[in-house]
Ligand binder design. Structure first.
Ligand code: IDP
Length: 156
């Protein structure tokens, strides 16, 4: 295929991110997006939606057997999220670094979760955890037409 989901290992690597409902409730959309922009990554997909249960079940299918699964679905479906695709050098691993650990107590100072939240059950932002999940999640949340290919003077 033509890899609209990105080419891992290249500067056109892409990853999926979502600002979770607590991020919108707390008015932290700009703060979170600003950190990605300042890092140097390029926004290539953006939309806002209140996800349905089916979408979130598929998104988190690897956690279906966890005791927190039902609560996780309730949380993720409780209000609008901002779904995003960002592109750039090491955006998959680097995006995870910017977020910090799943449990904000273990997330370092300077990370989004370390700086801005306290609870693993309300940890503000999702980021794909590897090339396979990046591709799977971009395809799950976006159609090809909803992503944008555009150039910046700084890209070369
Ligand atoms: P990640 O978001 O850092 O990739 P995962 O282990 O994939 O973390 O877990 C997915 C999401 O499930 C977390 O972001 C968090 O919202 C929720 N979660 C994970 N562990 C717990 C827990 O122990 N209690 C409550 N929620 C949890």
């Amino acid at each position: 295929g033509d890899a609209w989901t990105g080419m891992p290992g290249s500067i056109t690597e892409r990853s999926f991110f979502a600002i979770k409902p607590d991020g919108l409730q707390r008015g932290l959309v700009g703060e979170v997006m600003s950190r990605f922009e300042r890092k140097g990554w390029k926004l290539v997909g953006l939309k806002m939606l209140t996800p349905g249960r089916q979408l979130v079940e598929r998104h988190y299918e690897e956690h279906a057997d966890k005791d927190f699964f039902e609560k996780l679905l309730d949380y993720m479906c409780s209000g609008p999220v901002v779904a995003m695709v960002w592109e750039g050098h090491n955006v998959i691993a680097g995006g995870r670094k910017l977020l910090g650990a799943t449990n904000p107590l273990e997330a370092g100072a300077g990370t989004i979760r370390g700086d801005l939240c306290t609870n693993a059950g309300r940890n503000l932002v999702h980021a794909s955890d590897g090339p396979e999940s990046a591709r799977r999640e971009i395809e799950l949340w976006f159609s090809r037409e909803e992503t944008v290919q555009w150039g910046r003077a700084t890209d070369p």
